[in-house]
Ligand binder design. Structure first.
Ligand code: HEC
Ligand code: HEC
Length: 92
């Protein structure tokens, strides 16, 4: 009798709810990993850059490694491509 309020037994609806939560979380995780933008590589070249003009000297249309066609025209590279750890550029 006294146990009625303190013990919780998972019922059908709880299982259904849990199932829905798991499906939603899984979809969100999969969806977000698909949209992850490549980070800026953590190498000598990329740590040394201090302006987007320099980025575009290599990643502009005539650079050695152009941005893909239809790439965002924004110059705030680091808004999407995370900067390397210890990057010293524009912060100075
Ligand atoms: C001196 C030329 C040069 C400059 C300047 C440069 N990059 Fe790069 N970048 C490269 C090359 C070459 C690669 C591909 C090789 C690699 O992964 O290191 C690359 C790769 C990348 C990638 C990963 C793309 C991929 O194919 O894996 C991103 C993102 C990127 N650069 C962003 C930037 C940003 C942002 C800046 C400015 C802060 C910048 N780069 C400045 C030459 C440059
Ligand atoms: C609005 C977000 C956004 C901004 C701002 C942005 N990028 Fe990107 N960039 C992306 C996405 C998303 C991709 C991958 C999409 C694709 O392949 O078309 C990408 C791809 C790239 C690649 C090719 C990576 C590969 O797979 O080889 C390079 C290089 C790059 N960006 C450089 C830059 C540079 C340099 C800047 C700043 C001038 C910049 N990006 C600003 C979102 C952004």
């Amino acid at each position: 009798m006294t146990d009625d309020k303190t013990t919780w037994k998972p019922g059908k609806r709880d299982a259904l709810f849990l199932g829905v939560v798991i499906v939603v979380v899984t979809l969100l995780v999969l969806g977000s990993s698909e949209r992850t933008t490549k980070p800026t590589p953590d190498d000598e070249v990329h740590r040394a850059v201090t302006s987007h003009e320099t980025c575009l000297s290599c990643h502009g249309p005539d650079g050695e490694r152009p941005q893909p066609v239809g790439h965002a025209s924004s110059v705030q590279c680091f808004q999407c491509h995370t900067q390397p750890k210890g990057w010293q550029g524009n912060a100075k």
